[in-house]
Ligand binder design. Sequence first.
Ligand code: ADP
Length: 327
Amino acid sequence: MADEKAAPRHVGVLTSGGDAPGMNAAVRAAVRGCIGLGAAVSGIRRGYQGMIENDLFPMQLSSVGGIINRGGTILGTARSQEFMSKEGRAKAAANLAACGIGGLVVIGGDGSYRGAHALHKEHGIRVLGVPGTIDNDIAGTDYTIGFDTAINTAQEAIDKIRDTAESHDRVFVIEVMGRHAGFIALDSAVAGGAEAVLIPERKGDVESICKKIEAGRKRGKISAIVIVAEGAGSALEIGYLLSKMIGVETRTAVIGHLQRGGRPTALDRVLASKMGFAAAQGLFAGLSDKMVCIENGKIVYRPLSHAWKHKKEADMELLSLVDALSI
Ligand code: ADP
């Protein structure tokens, strides 16, 4: 039920920080949700930088037609140094005030949440965050928009590489994204049937991987796949160490930015639709300074600060699972 006093009559929608597949589905849901609840909506291009430069445009129901299946973000995204300063945020707030924008839906990662929190504190603008990042490393929500697409992309790449690894009896070291956390690496390793996985939380030792590969070779298992999260070392370096230590031929592949793009999976589209719509509903129910989260399949709202006050832990049991299933 809309809270008439709290309901913003004009809402701005932006995507900020790193792009993620499914952001468009979230934009669509937020825009249509807000319009359905009676608000005018403006799109803000290139995140906070566009807010500072007054790069806003009116959005209608049709503005978000045909985008649910598209990767990237139609609004564009950016990292804005200027928004890190009070002066930058004051400029952004003045632009919002000039168009009568009283509420914002910010789709991005924890950096974007910090920015939204500051804008709320300093200028009283209502802000609702929606977690859009392939890394799935935002505390408080079981999943972030883009993660499912990213692990599916990684898995497809691993499957292809596996064909060559098996045909040529080779060890492949595949580097996936994850500078600070091993979420993508762990799920891709399980889904790709990898022999071993290295993640930033537990960089692991190349020696135990060697032992594993050697034990496999004794049983006639010649090829192997090792997954490395970028924050746990480089595939090249680990491939080199493996080949030196056990004398096997290794090849490396860095999946890189392929993981950030592409058509969002059905799971990401559904998650983004639920979250974008929940952001609109939250704003109209008078919530602010909150992020939309999913917990055990249900939408919950948590303070934005939860994202930087807590650290989301990767499921370490997946490490043992990779180990147990690749004997
Ligand atoms: P993500 O949202 O994906 O974590 P960033 O960390 O790059 O991406 O943050 C996106 C943008 O949010 C930054 O470019 C900056 O404009 C803004 N931002 C990040 N941290 C802060 C902060 N502490 N205070 C104000 N704005 C911030």
